[in-house]
Design a protein around this ligand. Sequence first.
Ligand SMILES: [Fe+2]
Ligand SMILES: [Fe+2]
Length: 238
Amino acid sequence: MASIRYSSSSLLAKCSAASAAPAAGRCIANTSRVRNFATETSPPKKLKPLTQEQKDFLSSALRVNQAGELAATLIYKGQTPPIVRQHPHLRPLMKHMYDQEAGHFDTFNALIHKHRVRPTALYPVWSVLATGLGWSTALMGREAAMACTEAVETEIGNHYNEQIRTLIEMVTQWKQEGYEVSDEISELTKTLRRIRDEELEHLDHAVEHDAKKAEPHWLLTGVIRAGCKGAIWVSERV
Ligand SMILES: [Fe+2]
Ligand SMILES: [Fe+2]
């Protein structure tokens, strides 16, 4: 199992991530000001080292999330041309959902690089399957494309909820033992909550746009949900 590296302070990492050229000077200045403030006024946080089990959980969470968000961008990329050709009024909605997925994908790409987690070995397989799923459901029509989104986002929403629950349990345990919570874990929990909410927003959009009218809805969503569960299970491990 790949290991994960979480440093106790993410201040410099955050700065370098945000230091696109125009903001670089400002970032350095802010960093030194914050560092002075931190050393003068607050003692270092008392953090509990991660157990191997917690490291493995975080590695597999980042790996599967990156794979899932790659798949999501490819599904929408495959769906958008046929859907927009038939239903031009859906262009803004498809673009909105794609843009959010691209943002999620960027987030997990940055996190797996930062923490040196290897991507899933099945990256190329998921790429082909996700593109095929997006394209084929769009050819079946608007309702089928929306049913695909409904099914995928239902599974992904549940999946993010499970990860958030595990993180909350970790944090609760640390607090009970008198430890503090690292900025990175707090930030990760916040990020997962935001992304989970955006996935559930996609689910609502799909239902509002007649996902339930797909024929046969039960078969389409059942097959896609089973496929998502299988892909999540494999990507957490391989
Ligand atoms: Fe997403
Ligand atoms: Fe989504």
